[in-house]
Design a protein around this ligand. Structure first.
Ligand SMILES: NC(=O)c1ccc[n+]([C@@H]2O[C@H](COP(=O)([O-])OP(=O)(O)OC[C@H]3O[C@@H](n4cnc5c(N)ncnc54)[C@H](O)[C@@H]3O)[C@@H](O)[C@H]2O)c1
Length: 446
């Protein structure tokens, strides 16, 4: 099928590339000329395992192309995916200006019947608004085409995006009429050959809400475990044992029960806020979700406080190494990353910070701007060289089993703050390290 994907970010680029991989003819449209120029040369603007290879292969076969020309991209395509950003607006609601702009562009340029698919995460009612904008533009042009509007939220995880898209758990599709159903089956059949029942058709409002509900549930699990870990820090126990005990209950399951420095990323924080905003507009109180949000903010401060407390809140003249800037391993995405809160707290307390991340240093630099006390190291051990403390924030594989003998000789001070519960206290203690983690017996009681 001839498909156009509007927006070539994490979701749009992965969507377009994977659709091309199964044989569809895909044009990726973006307003960012630099991004499109790079993509035409096979350069992926984001780090996502396996993506560059797929882009090159499919572009090479002529199934995948990139353009900034709306006219070119929207002429004679059967399906149009909208995959632009929906960042958090000023009052917490989803900012829909990019989605609305794309709807207008579609209305201005399509020249035949089309299935318009909203893949961006959008609040209830947005698909209806997209339909109105497109139809408004068509009537200005005094033309009429058969347009079907659908919601098809994306559930891929950054760092595993290709795998998630190629082998989805489920494909949620919101349609308010039968119109478009067969097109969807044609688009997605290659991805669900093992189990076609993974395609879940529902009404548009349910589909729009399913995405928010899923992210809100996952965020709530994380905040729940983080709060429990804080309790364990006070009353004793081991959050890892508690997690294992809980996870064996099939009603609970084992995933998403890890204590850490708080959730971040491009989706959970903004989607939780947006869902609360939707509820507030209808005078419905989502008290559980409100707690999830508050607990997350507290967690980021709580872990920062552990480091500050160790230095009696005065880090003037101290150097802290921070391992991990991306909000999770496998991505260069630093949106709402816990590292930001932690590094900011360290800098505000007078520290010099030496940061390392295998993929996210450039994106983090862009986020933080230039700060004289923040340095970036080429190698993880360079960051630790001469440092008074080491803070692990993102559990990249290369940080999981560091050479602590080497760190003991490299570092000036011997303190390790492990906010992903990766290391073993006895091993560190034997080398004379001070060690704190979260919710384990060896983490200091506050
Ligand atoms: N990143 C994720 O892991 C993820 C997962 C699931 C869902 N989502 C949702 O998918 C949507 C997209 O997220 P993302 O992370 O891919 O965003 P992104 O910011 O990485 O990419 C958005 C892209 O859209 C382009 N764009 C903006 N306006 C445009 C326009 N008028 N025409 C063409 N291109 C335009 C931008 O230049 C950018 O390249 C969001 O709603 C997000 O919540 C994201």
């Amino acid at each position: 099928m001839k498909i156009t994907v509007v927006g070539s970010g994490y979701v749009g680029l992965v969507t377009g590339t994977c659709l091309a991989e199964v044989g569809h003819s895909v044009t990726c449209l973006d307003v960012n000329q630099e991004k499109i120029d790079g993509l035409r040369q096979g350069i992926s603007p984001i780090f996502e395992p396996g993506l560059s290879e797929l882009i090159k292969r499919n572009a090479g076969h002529g199934r995948l192309s990139f353009t900034t020309s709306s006219k070119e991209a929207l002429a004679k395509c059967r399906a149009i995916f909208i995959a632009v950003g929906t960042p958090e607006g000023e009052n917490g609601s989803a900012d829909l200006k990019y989605v609305r702009a794309v709807a207008q562009t579609i209305g201005e340029h399509i020249n035949g019947p089309a299935l318009v698919i909203v893949k961006s995460t959008v609040p209830v009612g947005t698909c209806r608004e997209v339909a109105l904008i497109i139809r408004g533009e068509l009537s200005k042009r005094k033309v009429q085409f058969d347009i079907a509007i659908a919601s098809n939220p994306e559930f891929l995880k950054e760092g595993a995006a290709i795998e998630d898209f190629m082998r989805p758990d489920r494909i949620v599709i919101g349609l308010d009429a039968q119109n478009g159903r067969d097109d969807f089956l044609e688009i997605y059949a290659p991805f669900v050959q093992d189990d076609p029942s993974k395609i879940l058709f529902m009404d548009i409002a349910s589909s729009e809400l399913t995405k928010y509900a899923s992210n809100a549930m996952l965020a709530t699990r994380i905040s729940f475990m983080n709060e429990l870990a804080r309790l364990v820090d006070h009353v004793g126990g081991n959050i890892d044992e508690i997690r294992r005990g809980m996870g064996q209950d099939v009603r609970i399951g084992r995933k998403f029960l890890y204590a850490g420095p708080g959730f971040g990323g491009s989706c959970f924080p903004k989607d939780v806020e947006a869902l609360m905003k939707t509820a507030a507009e209808s005078n419905v109180e989502l008290s559980v979700l409100n707690g999830t949000n508050q607990a997350n903010k507290t967690q980021k401060k709580y872990v920062s406080h552990k480091v500050l407390r160790y230095f009696n809140h005065n880090l003037a003249g101290k150097t802290v190494a921070v391992w991990g800037l991306a909000f999770k391993p496998g991505t260069d995405d630093v949106r709402d990353t816990p590292s930001y809160t932690i590094i900011k707290a360290l800098l505000d307390a007078g520290a010099t910070v030496k940061a390392h991340d295998p993929e996210a240093q450039e994106t983090f630099k862009a986020l933080m701007g230039s700060t004289s006390s923040l340095h970036y190291a080429k190698e993880s051990y360079d960051a630790a060289h001469g440092a008074d403390a080491l803070v692990l924030v993102t559990e990249w594989a290369e940080y999981k089993r560091p050479d602590f003998d080497r760190l003991a000789t490299l570092m000036k001070g011997k303190a390790v703050f492990d906010f992903r519960n990766q290391y073993s206290f006895p091993e560190l203690k034997a080398l004379g390290f001070y060690y704190e983690c979260i919710g384990r017996p060896d983490s200091r009681r506050s």
